[in-house]
Design a protein around this ligand. Sequence first.
Ligand code: ADP
Length: 744
Amino acid sequence: MRNPGRSIRSKLNAILVVTTVTALLLAAVALFLLDLRRELADTQEDLVTQADVIALASAAALAFGDRKVAQENLATLRAKSGVTAAALYDENGKLFATFQPDDAVGEVPARAAAPGVRVRGDWAVAWRPVLSNQERVGTVYVQLRHERLAQALASVAGLVAIMGGSLLGALLLSNRLQRSVTRPILAVAEVARKILIGEAGGLRAPKTTQDEVGDLVDAFNAMLDELDRRARTLEAANAALRLSEARYQLAVRGSSAGLWDWDLPAGTMFYSPRFKALLGYGDVDFPDKPESIDRVLHPDDRAAVRTALRAHLRERQPYQVECRLRDANGRWRWFFVAGAALWDAQGRPYRMAGSVIEVTERKQAEHELQESSRAKDEFIATLAHELRNPLAPIRTGLDILKRDTGNGPVSQRARATMERQLQHMIRLVDDLLDISRISSGKIRLDVSRIHLRSVVDSALEISRPALSAAGHAFEADLPDDDIELMGDPTRLSQALGNLLNNAAKYTPPGGRVALRVRREGDQAVLRVEDNGEGIPPGMLDRVFSLFAQVRSTLDRAQGGLGIGLYLVRSLVTMHGGSVVAESAGPGQGSAFTVRLPCLPAQPAAPKHDAPAKAEWPDEGLKVLVVDDNVDAAETLALVLEMEGCRTRLVHDGLGAIPAAQEFAPDVVLLDIGLPGINGYEVAARLRADARFADTVLVAITGWGSEQDRRRAGEAGFDHHQTKPVDLEVLRPLLRRGRGVPPGA
Ligand code: ADP
């Protein structure tokens, strides 16, 4: 609230009062003094005139000593008001005649004094010489009480009263006038105050006069209108800005991108906190300067970044570049950098901003994709090579068999080679199928309690041909007490067989291969050692990856597909075990150690006997072979007949049923993909016929997945065999069909 003593009005009043009072006082005092002086001069003059008249009139009376006349002359002063005493003195100064009016307030001095006029207070006295013929004959004295001072004071008082009155009037008038000026100003001030404290936004000052103050109020109100309009515009702009800022912040928060903003003339670069966080830097080690990014940019990517930047700034092409940036841990990571510049009217770029997004994973995926595409191409080439490789000796073998009809030693060698090559091809295809089962998670272990020795025997059966073909010396170091474990014997011998095959394959002819088996606590340890070409240290773990090979497979004769060790590790891991490779380096040989969990040692484990060579079933076993591949069917029938079986061939599904009814086979080897009705359907129909209740139905098919096996079982098959049929595998099945238990 405004202090009333400080208001303009009170100040104006104070000024008015002070100046007016001062002026009036000065004027009154000056007037009073002037008047008093004139009055006194008049009084003196009057007094002197009176005295001179008395002197003139009384000169003769004094000269002649006529007191009476002198007294009468003095008495004329009675007519003169204010004269309180008068006297005449002779030439010696002695009192001659006196005059004192009735009130007798005056005094008459006893002796004459020197001529002159004296004024003291209200009193004035005049001493005048009385001359007669130029000679002084005496002195006249007149005393006057003039009251000029009182009169002057009275008139001053009147003046002061008038002045006071008029001052008061002026004060009132001026107050009124001032109020007509200050009231609208105060109203303006009050409105301004209320608007300032936000009490009334739309309030306006009232216009009460049409004068300059009215103009001021109008201007003030117009200014408020304009301010209101601008405030509304500003508010709308602010709201839009807030919305856009919120949207921007949300986008920035929600985005995985880091942002940068480069002020080209100022040479400063803003990096968003997310940008720095992406790389793991802080404000100190990554200041907002263009050099910061230069410092972490991979030297090999600098040229690409600069070229893209120049192309954008000069030709205004989109700025998009991928580059490596070093993070706070010193790791190079890939980023996609994009941005756009702003150009001024002269076409000079003055600002550029954009984002960075990490693309390391995509880059790695791209790299892996390229690698896998390359590996796939290589794999297909190798596969073709690997499949064709065994075909050459088989074809040559066939030629030999054709010519050497006498079944001499050449034919026998050719047959052994062909068998080995065929085994190799079968294993290859089996491995490939297993890979696909492993990668689709469909491989199942047929786990039972098994003897490790039987696994070793099966594995040796698989790999012995390769070991002896290469002329390697093979040593098997097996524990006396057999080790028992829970596992799938087929899969474990497949894994061990792969390791032994590799040892044979990657050891120059005439080398040494050893298999050492021992128990270490609750683990069975199988170690396959060779003195072959060895493995470089960097490859020791990588050789277990799919398609991984130490050397490019096409440049060597003993190539594989790079899937054997992958299978080994997958199968061993599925058994809860592990496998590692060791090698002192190229040319230093290798060792592969498999560890498998095993069962506690049995105190008196019976000595392992090698399974007796399975015998062929009794002669005269009737086998119906159903296969639309005439060659495959005939060769199979040929082999079976050579072994003493009686056979009948059918090449389609529908023909199989009447053939079976007529032939009454003990065993039906039935292909699945058949013209007419498929193998499942044939099996189902046979099973529906009570005459074939004891007939062994064996599915012979190229499809070996779990699903295929299950479907075969559902259709009524007893067994499921993938092509080509291995007679060794077939043999026990045939025996079982005759009511003989397996392994008997
Ligand atoms: P493949 O033998 O079909 O190439 P593997 O997965 O069995 O595939 O083996 C992968 C690679 O590991 C082989 O190409 C070979 O370079 C290397 N390797 C495997 N076993 C041995 C071994 N005993 N001695 C030397 N190198 C081996």
